[in-house]
Design a protein around this ligand. Structure first.
Ligand SMILES: Cc1cc2nc3c(=O)[nH]c(=O)nc-3n(C[C@H](O)[C@H](O)[C@H](O)COP(=O)(O)O)c2cc1C
Length: 313
């Protein structure tokens, strides 16, 4: 049996698959429907200091190529999360990643400080790229704003490694990824959903109440593969900084592509809405693939794509 364990910023996970933020309820719920050992880690819903109801319905639209959502960061808020979700994390032997969101740097810092003291959140992830809130772009329009925010969050954490969740970048040099690293990120997570819109041609109305939403699922998979390979090549410099790759993973081959491109962890979101059992199939398929590749450990295949460098556009 090949070794499937991976290490993200010093934290060892039993396997590479990660239940992504927003796809696992508040976090522990997904473990009720997926066999033990499927996920190396489970990401909590992004938590803000105050509770958020999110956007009105419709907030999810199914598309032939994936999903469009404008949930709007609905979450129970920090106090409720600490009181009723954190005790449930402690009852599980899974590894959890605490996802942080907010409207200002102060919001992120407040949640980060609280998560830093939670033993069962050995990693945190700052969602700096939600396309579905009015302030979602405050850190993604300007790399300097990203760097300053990451720096503030990082310095509020005494012990917990920080992943920064980024949007799709196609600009050569990946300025937002670079800014997150300059701010002190211990790892990068991408892609978040991509701003998109669907229109009902009978009513002539947008299909989401929020008009615009975030596209996820198979439609974005190959954008993610290219960005993982590009960021690894030009920004993270090989193996030094771990990447959690996300975007349209529904089959083990998709996860394998991302590993070869340079991701150490592989997130699933939309696939879990379709059928949470997909995660088990992806995990098993990866195990068979690692064995067939003739290596002892999945980690040996991270970034192992044999390709020429990606030329800047
Ligand atoms: C319904 C829904 C809710 C989401 N909520 C969050 C969230 O709270 N925080 C976050 O960082 N990402 C959130 N995401 C983004 C996913 O974690 C992931 O980055 C994105 O969907 C791409 O992966 P996929 O193609 O596997 O879905 C959400 C995605 C969906 C579909």
């Amino acid at each position: 049996m090949p070794r499937m364990a991976v290490t993200l910023a010093g934290v060892e996970l039993p396997g590479p698959l990660v239940a992504a933020a927003g796809a696992a309820g508040n976090g522990p719920e997904i473990l009720e429907v997926v066999p033990r050992g499927t996920f190396g880690a489970v990401t909590t819903k992004s938590i803000t200091p105050e509770p958020r109801a999110g956007h009105p319905p419709w907030r999810l639209v199914e598309l032939p190529t994936g999903m469009l959502n404008a949930v709007g960061l609905a979450n129970p808020g920090l106090e409720q999360f600490m009181e009723s979700v954190v005790p449930r994390l402690a009852q599980s032997d899974a590894t959890f990643i605490g996802s942080i969101a907010g409207h200002s740097i102060e919001d992120y810092v407040e949640v980060a400080k609280a998560f830093d003291s939670v033993e069962h959140l050995p990693l945190v992830e700052a969602n700096m790229s939600c396309p579905n809130t009015g302030t979602g772009r405050q850190f993604t329009d300007e790399p300097a704003a990203m760097r300053d925010a990451v720096q503030a969050i990082k310095s509020s954490l005494e012990q917990t490694p920080l992943f920064v969740k980024l949007p799709l970048e196609t600009t050569s040099g990946y300025p937002l990824a670079q800014a997150a690293i300059d701010g002190g990120a211990d790892g990068l997570t991408f892609l978040n959903t991509i701003p998109a819109m669907a229109i009902d041609v009978d009513t002539r109305r947008p299909r989401l109440a929020n008009t615009s939403g975030g596209l996820s699922g198979p439609a974005i998979h190959h954008l993610a593969v290219r960005m993982i390979a590009g960021v690894r090549q030009t920004v993270t410099g090989g193996e030094s900084l771990p990447i959690i790759g996300l975007g349209g993973v529904t089959r083990w081959e998709h996860a394998a592509e991302m590993i070869l491109a340079g991701a150490t962890g592989i997130g699933l979101a939309t696939a879990l809405y379709v059928d949470p059992r997909i995660a088990r199939r992806v995990h098993r398929g990866l195990e068979r693939w690692v064995r067939a590749q003739g290596v002892g450990s999945l980690s040996d295949l991270v970034g192992a794509v044999e390709s020429d460098p990606i030329e800047p556009d």
